[in-house]
Design a protein. Sequence first.
Length: 406
Amino acid sequence: MNNFKKIFSIALITIVFFISGKLTAQKYEGLALTPPMGWNSWNKFACDIDETLIKEIADAIVESGMKDAGYIYVNLDDCWHGERDSLGFIHPDPERFPSGMKALADYIHSKGLKIGIYSCAGYKTCGGRPGSRGYEYQDALTYAKWGIDYLKYDWCNTEGLCAEGAYMTIRDAIRSAGRPMVLSICEWGDNQPWEWGKDVGHLWRTTGDITNCFDCFVDHGTWKSWGVTYILDMQEGLRQYAGPGHWNDPDMLEVGNGMSVNEDRAHFSMWCMLAAPLIAGNDIRNMSKETLEILTNKEAIAVDQDPLGIQGFKYSSEDSVEIWFKPLVNDEWAFCILNRNETDKEFVFDWQKEKVIDELFDKKLDTQNKTYRLRDLWKHEFVGTTDEPLKAVVPSHDVLMLRLVK
Ligand code: GLA
């Protein structure tokens, strides 16, 4: 072989390897252009799940109007597992899921919904069930055969593992199994997933677990779970990493799980301002009118699901009253006052005097040359314009959430 042929062959082989590497080692794109929306079993039911519950939840998602509002994924969390067979294939718990996962997936798909499942990068899940370590490709293949659309992948029992590598392995396993699945990275922000998650998964948890309280945390000894305001504060500095297809995940919703209505409303509003995945975590078969109204507030959801995909930012904070902004398509903005105090607060905001600039995403709110109408996203009515200062009383642990409409 002459030199030219040698160089040509080497170049060709390199290109082929590069292209095939790219094809097998990429996450499925286009699955989460806006933050994923759905339901997950963990916050309310923990390990107490079975196929009857999951089917009833799927029915309720459709009948309650949640599907119409955008909640599409029905996600099983930990504890669906039975044992691995002699060939290493994982099976669901035969008593709790006697019809098998394929049948459950078919049922959920027949309702026009999608199904999510849970596994863990370690030998065992956090609930002590079989994890995927050493079985990544086999498990991804099994999920693909069952018809799974979404995988939440946890981080218990992973001593000695490199997080980025472990999540790349399951990403590659999903790709080679051939079925598009949203990959939800759940390592609690321990290894800065915002720095490497974009090419690996579609969302990454930024914190430890949420708990159903507004302003407290629960100490479990070796770990803590966090109330809404604690989780909110932990999002500082992360917005630059989020965007269409790759989201910061401040954990699933606790709406309808015991907080007061105004706290639930504030929690939901702030998750919308954060462009967070909206994964309900309550018993939606038996929810109050108020809970349903919060979860299906289409005007608030439109803020979360805005196609620009820009995570909102805290503009100011004084006396535990925070002002948040989120740039939206078409030069519109979402605005939210969060009152973290135990008492109601009066508030004045003069649009003509404030300078609202989002330097990271190069956006500027121009109230000098434009008049925006102020749409109250909870009252569902217009409440003024940016020509006049906004005067409001925001109840304790509640929000005033507006859309600045052109
Ligand atoms: C971890 C996760 C939770 C949940 C449980 C299940 O704590 O962060 O969201 O999945 O495991 O055991």
